[in-house]
Design a protein around this ligand. Sequence first.
Ligand code: NDP
Length: 282
Amino acid sequence: MTTILDGKAIAAALRAAIKQRVAAYASKPCLAVILVGDDPASHVYVRNKAAACAEAGIQSREIRLPATTSEAELLRHVQTLNHDDNVHGILVQLPLPAHMHSLSVIAAIDPRKDVDGFHVVNAGKLAVGEKGLVPCTPKGCLHVLRTHLGSLSGKHAVILGRSNIVGKPMAQLLLSEHCTVTICHSKTQHLAEETRRADILVAAIGKPKFVTGDMVKQGAVVIDVGINRTPEGKLVGDVDFDSVSAVASAITPVPGGIGPMTIACLLQNTLEAYESIVNHEA
Ligand code: NDP
């Protein structure tokens, strides 16, 4: 019997715990989101983040800038938020318009307020095992895995994808949980041989239904990070749910798997940033 790992329910429990922790503070954490341009998906994401903040008792601010904004102007907004003591988390919604360099913009964010966990200081902290802000999606994947499996020690984890926002930090997190970690990417040879070795398989490649049942070991736990829209407008993951759920012992669905976890972990990062700033840590 395959367990469907219900990201919505796990995220709801995490959000309730965050709400309770926030309620205990007299002052409140505040997340500032900068949105540049008119990308419709980004507008939906930002709206969802603001609603999730409100529900958890976290304040949020939205700064909307036209697509024609210069990078210098965007950086001035980031600096203003860096110096604002009432703001504890800063998120610049990606993707940015083509004339901007997202790495330079991320580098300008105060690492203590970098709730996406993309700043090189936070990436470095994760790499050396120091406490820092961890990217929300892999953090959410880990939370699901720990909720389901408890200890991950000694498991062979295979990650498909090596992006800075999912694949690489996922590998660091699983390594710190004492997994044996294999990272695969577009140049990996004999991919199915690698994936069939996985006790834990994390797919984050952006290719609809790419992982099929014959690529998965009997009893593996499969985490599907992918969010892809079919030509018919349906959301599907990077995993072919039907064939993989026939062999996996547990699997996250799309939608309702890692997506809700990502938002819950953004709230958690905002709370952690707030706590470390008000306690003058780091
Ligand atoms: P990127 O495009 O940045 O990275 C994709 C990675 O997949 C690359 O490392 C690439 O390899 C690898 N890859 C591509 N094709 C193959 C292949 N055929 N075989 C093996 N590896 C391959 O994507 P992201 O990491 O940003 O996102 C991955 C997916 O996760 C997307 O569907 C995205 O929408 C989704 N996502 C979901 C989130 C959520 O909240 N649930 C949040 C963030 C992302 P190479 O490096 O060699 O090019």
